[in-house]
Design a protein around this ligand. Structure first.
Ligand SMILES: Nc1ncnc2c1ncn2[C@@H]1O[C@H](COP(=O)(O)OP(=O)(O)O)[C@@H](O)[C@H]1O
Ligand SMILES: [Mg+2]
Length: 574
């Protein structure tokens, strides 16, 4: 995608643009008539002392002004509306595209950067598309019109102006390089500020707990100073440009006045014509300012175009293949066939093969960092496999439409995110049309009913940003309720019970085993009592070896496995 492809956002509203340009074209000659009327007054009405002519010209001038104002009002309104629509279209396209990008993309970027792009870069691009480009369309006819009128008033002066005016266009070329450097700096620094703001306020709890408020104030102050310095550089450059621009404008106007004065003195031009030419010339020089702004806008917006294009050019890596289909998981059996995967060059899982029977209740164990979460992420296709295949009930998951796959797997993670919404709405997030009975049942499985009933507004209690008004354990129970409400054929709990006391964890595991007799349950837990409740333990020993058996069998034959639970085995004996 390049800058031109953003043109489609303009093209979508071509009818509005056609009306706006037509109105501008009507308004153009009207706006240029008044100086000519002034010339008539100076050259005809005043010398002849013709009051009638004077009044007629004044009424014509006033009528033209009124008509032009009405046209301008309507075209400005239409322009604003179209601009809002283009802004809306671009923002939603970028947001939609970002939503569909693979997780890997987000692992290498910070959230503040995306927010900055959606807000600030989209604004810059919309400004260029909807303000700069249409105005450029009008500059050429306007300049041609003005030159024709000047030509009509005095051809020599018009030729002189045509020769000298291009001087005004040299200046933007000279500043382009500096402008690009300074704008890039401003964007970098402002983005850094947004990233800092986002990270600070989303981790305010941690900052307070560690007493790092002063350190954060200092860091923010440093970023703010750097942004201020960059903005000042930008403003300094802008002032130099304005100064040099007005100097060039004065030189051009001065030269034309001198030459025009010479023509008047020599009797080759009337005073009225010179007055009119001067007004037209001011307008012509004003156009050179617009052209300067156009070049500036090209330079400034090209940086934002590039930043948005980076997003739009990143392909949604995991997309549905053309023969992908909606699929109802019949039994929930999972098979890994020679699966290899790594985030970078190093494989986390390598040539790994194993089977989980339909409806099996299994514990997935292994030391932290061995790849358990990665393995589970692959089942829901958060990442693409490098080699091998994963099948559910004999069908490669690549053949299943992504949405359909994810709808049928219930998943709860250790660090669950809950929305700043009510308890009930958070549970309904995975099944919006669930009945209250279903919600109550899910809550009972998650052993969350007691604590929800004790909340001030029960299910309607707002839990705050990042669920700050409830405890970690309560958060995890809501996340379990949210995962089980779908009553999926495959249920995955990745250390999702880690903040709970062992009695509650035991109860939830029992509830899951009894309430989901036919579903496949994969539980990642470091708690021995939960692991023991599972039919089979899958022990991820190395990137390519997964050992299976009951806890007893694995403990007897595998030293490393025994060490994993050593302290808990001793406690159990006590
Ligand atoms: N998004 C990621 N990008 C790069 N490396 C990652 C990412 N997530 C996990 N890892 C690495 O992959 C390995 C396995 O991580 P993970 O599957 O989370 O382990 P576990 O769940 O068993 O504790 C770790 O070494 C970890 O550092
Ligand atoms: Mg993990």
């Amino acid at each position: 995608m390049n800058r031109m492809s953003f043109g489609k956002y303009l093209y979508r509203h071509w009818k509005s643009w056609a009306v706006i340009l037509t109105l501008w074209l009507i308004s153009l000659p009207l706006s240029l008539l008044n100086p000519y009327l002034a010339k008539l007054i100076i050259d005809k009405a005043y010398p002849d002392r013709d009051l009638k002519l004077f009044l007629i010209i004044a009424v014509i001038g006033a009528s033209i002004f009124a008509l032009n104002s009405a046209i301008n009002y309507f075209s400005s309104y239409l322009l604003q509306r179209t601009k809002r629509e283009v802004h809306f279209d671009i923002t939603i396209s970028i947001f939609r595209h970002l939503q569909n990008l693979p997780l890997k993309f987000f692992n290498h970027k910070s959230t503040g950067e995306h927010i900055y792009k959606i807000v600030s870069d989209v604004n810059a691009v919309t400004y260029f598309l909807c303000d700069t480009i249409p105005q450029m369309f009008m500059i050429i006819p306007r300049a041609v019109f003005i030159l024709i009128i000047i030509f009509f008033l005095n051809s020599k002066l018009a030729l002189f102006a045509i020769c000298i005016i291009p001087l005004a266009y040299l200046e933007p070329y000279f500043f382009t390089k500096f402008l690009r450097q300074v704008t890039t700096l401003v964007i970098e620094k402002s983005q850094q500020l947004w990233i800092r703001l986002y990270e600070t306020f989303s981790h305010i709890h941690l900052i307070k707990a560690l007493g790092k408020e002063d350190a954060e104030i200092n860091r923010f102050e440093g970023d703010l100073k750097e942004t201020m310095v960059a903005e000042l550089k930008n403003e300094r450059l802008s002032n130099i440009r304005i100064l040099s621009g007005s100097l060039v404008d004065r030189i051009i106007s001065g030269a034309v006045i001198l030459y025009g004065g010479y023509l008047v003195i020599k009797g080759k031009m009337s005073l009225g014509s010179l007055s009119a030419v001067m007004i037209y010339l001011t307008q012509l020089v004003g156009l050179s300012k617009s052209i300067n702004e156009f070049f500036q806008a090209i330079t400034v917006s090209s940086i934002s175009f590039k930043r948005l294009t980076e997003i739009m050019d990143t392909k949604p890596q995991i997309t549905d293949s053309c023969n992908a289909k909606d699929y109802r998981i019949p039994r929930g059996g999972i098979e890994f066939k020679n699966v290899s995967f790594g985030y970078a060059e190093k494989f986390i899982l390598q040539n790994l093969s194993f089977t989980i029977e339909p409806g099996a209740k299994i514990a997935l164990v292994g030391p932290s960092g061995c790849g358990k979460s990665t393995l589970l992420a692959l089942i829901v296709r958060l990442y693409e496999l490098q080699e091998g295949a994963i099948e559910i009930d004999g069908l490669d998951i690549k053949q299943v439409r992504l949405k359909s796959l994810k709808e049928q797997i219930g998943i709860a993670l250790q660090e669950e995110f809950l929305w700043n919404d009510t308890v009930k709405n958070n549970i309904l997030y995975t099944k919006e049309n669930a009945s209250m009975d279903e919600v109550i049942r899910a809550v009972a499985i998650a052993e969350a009913d007691d604590f929800i009933n004790s909340l001030p507004q029960g299910f309607d209690t707002l839990i705050g940003e990042n669920a700050c008004r409830i405890s970690e354990g309560q958060k995890q129970r809501l996340a379990i309720a949210r995962a089980v409400i779908k009553r999926a054929k495959i249920l995955i709990l990745d250390e999702a019970l880690s903040s709970l006391d062992s009695r509650t964890e035991d109860k939830i595991v029992d509830n899951l085993n009894s309430d989901f007799p036919d579903s496949t349950l994969i539980l990642v837990s470091h708690r021995l009592s939960s692991v023991r409740k599972m039919d089979t333990v899958y022990y991820l020993e190395s990137p390519c070896i997964i050992k299976t058996g009951t806890h007893q069998e694995l403990a007897e034959e595998n030293l490393k496995y025994r060490e994993l639970f050593a302290s808990q085995i001793e406690e159990a004996v006590i």
